[in-house]
Design a protein around this ligand. Structure first.
Ligand code: HEC
Length: 234
């Protein structure tokens, strides 16, 4: 801001100040009235409508799909796509903190006098890009498949095995298509049928090689359905 601009600004400010009303009591009065109205509406709504209670929490459920509130979908999606564990704290705590600090410090490093958006291209473009990125992540997060669901298309005869695999916790360690743990403890099973024979697949599920738990408890019928399904993936 050069001297001429500064004088002009101060002159304008002086004039506007003469025209305006003081903050106390005028603005305070308006705020207080509005606050009372909002509080009254909230109290009335909670008394009349009440809050909806979901079903009681069930710690034994295996079909529960954990979902954040919509305004956290961008963070949820970021966590879903970030595979290396070392990057998780950087992405979830580090980057948002840096952004907040940059935003708080904005008046100190952006000393330009311009307020019109197209005369501040860097700030405007940065702002727009952040909004686009967050909107995109929010949309992706909102449409992400649940952790107990396999979206890969299957022939009807393998649907039963697919449902068992989806509900048995295999996706906590294995990836199948877009779903499950990419870079998890176990190998990707998306094309397992072309890598090892059905008998080896069934044996793996029954025995649980290495750190994988045994799934013998599924029973012969379900084990066969799982083996049939996995053998069909190629
Ligand atoms: C706790 C994590 C974990 C879970 C849960 C798990 N697995 Fe595994 N699975 C592994 C690991 C690790 C391996 C590789 C073991 C090895 O070879 O040492 C493996 C290997 C396999 C293999 C053999 C893959 C190959 O290339 O040889 C199959 C098939 C398999 N798992 C299927 C399943 C199915 C089906 C389920 C669910 C019913 C399941 N797994 C649940 C961790 C897991």
């Amino acid at each position: 801001m050069n001297n001429r601009e500064k004088e002009e600004y101060l002159r304008e400010y002086e004039q506007l100040k003469k025209k305006g009303k003081p903050f106390f009591p005028y603005a305070i009065m308006k705020d207080s009235v509005m606050f009372l109205v909002v509080a009254a509406v909230l109290i009335t709504m909670s008394l009349v409508l009440g809050a909806e209670m979901g079903p009681k929490a069930d710690p034994t459920t295996t079909t529960y799909t954990p979902r954040p509130e919509w305004y956290f979908f961008f963070l949820f999606e970021l966590l879903r796509v970030l595979k290396p564990p070392a990057l998780v704290p950087i992405a979830t705590v580090g980057i948002p903190t840096i952004c907040m600090v940059l935003l708080l410090a904005l008046p100190f490093y952006d000393r330009g006098a311009e307020r019109i958006p197209w005369k501040r291209p860097i700030a405007t473009i940065t702002g727009i890009l952040i909004i686009i990125a967050m909107a995109k992540l929010t949309l992706l997060g909102a449409s992400a498949g649940s952790p107990s669901e396999i979206e890969l298309a299957t022939k009807p005869q393998y649907e039963q095995g697919k449902a068992i695999v989806a509900e048995s916790g295999c996706l906590a360690c294995h990836a199948i298509g877009e779903n499950g743990a990419h870079g998890g403890l176990g190998p990707d099973l998306t094309e397992i049928g072309s890598k090892i024979p059905r008998s080896a697949i069934k044996q793996s599920v029954e025995i649980g090689p290495g750190i994988m738990p045994s799934f013998r408890g599924l029973g012969e019928e379900d084990l066969n359905a799982v083996a049939d399904y996995l053998a069909s993936l190629n």
